[in-house]
Write a protein that binds this ligand. Structure first.
Ligand code: SAH
Length: 356
């Protein structure tokens, strides 16, 4: 093992931080052996706080209608080949019924920025889910909204919000999005969500077009400063109907290495082994768990729409709707020494922080 890299890894584990240049060294100079060592420390840290439990979230993709035109995304407004759909309130409640019976205690409603889902429409859905399943947490992932909107959704019962910042580098954000979308507004949303008392998730794509190793070092500095309750990272995967169609996909190895770094920077963070990881490699999610992740988010969307929420080519759409699929996920986790927990799986640090 490279002695200088090993020293950095040991310091990261002991102090939960490194200098930006040191993160860069880690990213650029760690080989297989160093990354396995890093992962072993990340697993140990994860097990200290969460044991062998893997938290599951039932992902309900409520709409692929979107007013935005993010250059990387398959459901962007200008994609004429996208077959659009929107779930009804009833569809969504049925997904929750099915999910609850399977042991899900968190439901994540994700979608494009679809104007149909006003605060009133969302509040009604939230109230119904919370009254039917008071023991469940509800996460929203519906993009950028006003502070007032976030406040209303919180008041109607939303517990958590996932909004990936996509990149910590403002100029890079401009290369991934049209001018109507700004990094400053994305950050404003994250700040508002936190101030309103949500458990907040941010995140970024690994290997997105024009990303450099320096930018990845800045991602780690950002995580260190922002300390999100959750952090979703996954490899960028091109979509055939976007201008990034010919760009290479991000690396599974590098994603796993960054998952390990994030676990050591922020030991109690909720860290999903993302669908994108599982889409690039058959055992991608298992590899994510072994790198320090502790969450998986199987799809609870109705089978009829699952293939339509195509953020990128070949997105995994195996679903968790059948007891069979759920038990196969269980088997996969058991085979690497972990187990699925039936619980809300809250972030263990956020409450402590909040009471300070
Ligand atoms: N409208 C919501 C949900 C977006 S989809 C929002 O704005 O937050 C959820 C995430 O999928 C995005 O934040 C993005 O990081 C990821 N994603 C989109 N296109 C992708 C692609 N081509 N490859 C990998 N991840 C992608």
């Amino acid at each position: 093992m490279k002695e200088n890299v090993k020293k950095l890894i040991d310091r990261l584990a002991a102090e939960n931080r490194l200098e930006r240049e040191e993160y860069l060294t880690l990213i650029e100079n760690s080989g297989e052996e160093e990354r396995e060592y890093l992962a072993s420390l990340a697993r140990a840290e994860r097990e200290k706080h969460y044991g062998k439990d893997v938290y599951i979230r039932g992902l309900i993709e409520i709409s692929n209608i979107c007013k935005n035109d993010c250059y990387y995304c398959g459901i962007r407004a200008s994609n004429k080949n996208c077959d659009r759909y929107r779930l009804t309130e009833n569809d969504i409640l049925e997904c929750c019924d099915e999910g609850y019976a399977l042991g899900f205690r968190t439901f994540v409603m994700q979608g494009g920025e679809d104007g149909h889902f006003t605060d009133e429409v969302m509040a009604s859905i939230l109230r119904k889910i919370k009254s039917r399943y008071p023991d469940c947490a509800v996460t929203l992932s519906l993009g950028e909204r006003t502070r007032e909107s976030y406040r209303r959704l919180k008041a109607a019962g939303a517990d958590r919000y996932l909004l990936r910042h996509e990149t910590a580098t403002e100029s890079h954000y401009g290369k991934l999005h049209p001018p109507s979308l700004t990094w400053a507004n994305r950050m404003r949303c994250l700040t508002d969500l936190r101030e309103l008392g949500y458990q907040v998730g941010c995140g970024f794509m690994v290997g997105s077009p024009y990303q450099t190793a320096e930018m990845l070092a800045d991602e780690l500095v950002f995580i260190e400063k922002f300390k999100p309750d959750m952090c979703g990272i996954g490899p960028f995967i091109p979509h055939k109907d976007t201008e990034f169609r010919d760009m290479p996909h991000g690396s599974v190895d590098l994603t796993c290495m960054l998952l390990s770094c994030i676990r050591l920077i922020h030991p109690t963070v909720l860290l999903p082994a993302t669908t994108a990881l599982g889409s690039l490699e058959q055992d991608g999610r298992e590899r994510g768990i072994l790198a320090g992740a502790n969450v998986v988010m199987p799809n609870l969307s109705p089978a009829s729409v699952r293939k339509k929420y195509m953020l990128y080519d070949n997105k995994l759409s195996d679903g968790a709707e059948s007891a069979q699929a759920k038990s196969s996920l269980e088997e996969r986790m058991n085979s690497i020494g972990y187990r699925i927990a039936v619980s809300r799986g809250d972030a263990i640090i956020s409450n402590k922080l909040r009471s300070n």
